[in-house]
Ligand binder design. Structure first.
Ligand code: BTN
Length: 322
């Protein structure tokens, strides 16, 4: 039995119960097989009520993102105007990279309902189940030197944090460089990948992952200590299309500001949202661990850390210890 045949049968009954016996007869399958398919459909975001003696009833379908729904919500000139909404991909980063190589314009956006090989920073896996998050990549072609791309990571974190705060009543803090936390747990991550030629920046793929409507059971148990979704933290499901439109609006506005006025205004905004500054921190840098108190960003986007002897060291790449 395919998932589709059970779904069609339940859909044809438009919210009425269909007995296990009838499904079994019509699809020529066992009761156990029906139950397994029900679980699979539920994993895809369908809601199916199972009541002894009455049978099964379809009570909800997964919300799906679509170009038709998203486009009218956009308030941007460029960001998201070239829009690709895909179903299942290994990673939106690779899809967008392919389009970038074919000459896609700045602002091109790839969104997927599900990623089978979503990736995070430091080669980590990024949990991206179907229909529950915002998994998307945005193409930038900024006229800046390659070594300044970390500034865009910080810019992206500010844009995301401002957008989420507009849509959901949660308090967001940015952990350097670009993790978004709610109550100390991660709700979102940003992965910036750039393509350069002879030291010249060709384009940047900004990957944004936001855990929007994930439930506890969507996370591997070891992640639950450190990760949370917007739904879990606010108690309410969040409309993903509205959120995406607001993210693009904030991102485009801040990016315009950055191109006009440079990093200074972004730096102040980042510092105002940061939970890293002024707290004693252990930083694991490629050169070894550093203990100190991060005090501010420097003009390139590096983190200026006050060491126990009162001197300062600027860190450009590190993982922050717990
Ligand atoms: C991190 O915090 O480690 C960064 C996570 C970035 C995840 C997003 S989801 C959309 C895009 N596609 C990917 O494969 N990764 C990024």
């Amino acid at each position: 039995m395919s998932n589709d045949s059970l779904l069609s049968l339940l859909e044809a009954e438009a919210g009425e119960y269909v007995s296990g016996e009838e499904i079994s007869r019509k699809l020529n399958v066992s009761r156990t097989a029906i139950w397994k398919q029900v679980r699979k459909l539920e994993a895809k975001g369908y809601h199916i009520e199972a009541v002894p003696r009455l049978g099964y009833r379809l009570t909800g379908k997964p919300s799906r993102l679509s170009i038709q729904e998203l486009l009218p919500k956009l308030k941007t000139n460029l960001f998201g105007r070239q829009l690709h909404v895909l179903d299942v991909v290994p990673s939106t980063q690779d899809e967008l990279r392919r389009l970038a190589e074919q000459g896609a314009p700045e602002g091109t956006l790839v969104i997927a309902e599900q990623q089978t090989n979503g990736r995070g920073r430091m080669g980590r896996h990024w949990v991206s189940p179907a229909g529950k998050g915002v998994w998307m990549s945005l193409l930038l072609r900024p006229p800046v030197p390659l070594q300044l791309t970390p500034q865009l990571t910080l810019l992206a974190a500010v844009a995301l944090s401002r957008a989420i705060s507009r849509e959901v009543p949660v308090e967001i803090g940015i952990k350097w460089p670009n993790d978004l936390l709610v109550g100390g747990k991660k709700i979102s991550g940003i992965l910036l990948e750039s393509a350069a030629e002879d030291e010249r920046l060709r384009y940047v793929v900004v990957g944004l992952g936001i855990s929007v409507n994930l439930e506890e059971e969507d996370y591997p148990p070891e992640l639950l200590e450190k990760a949370i979704s917007l739904k879990m933290s606010s108690g309410n499901a969040v409309n993903r299309s509205e959120l995406i439109a607001t993210i693009l609006e904030e991102f485009e506005r801040l990016y315009g500001l950055y191109l006009e006025q440079g990093f200074a205004p972004i730096r102040s905004l980042w510092e105002a949202h940061s939970v890293t500054l002024n707290n004693e921190t252990l930083l694991y840098t490629p050169q070894g661990s550093v203990k100190g108190i991060p005090r501010e960003l420097d003009e390139t986007g590096g983190l200026k850390v006050e060491l126990p002897d009162g001197t300062y060291r600027t860190i450009y790449s590190a993982e922050i210890g717990e």
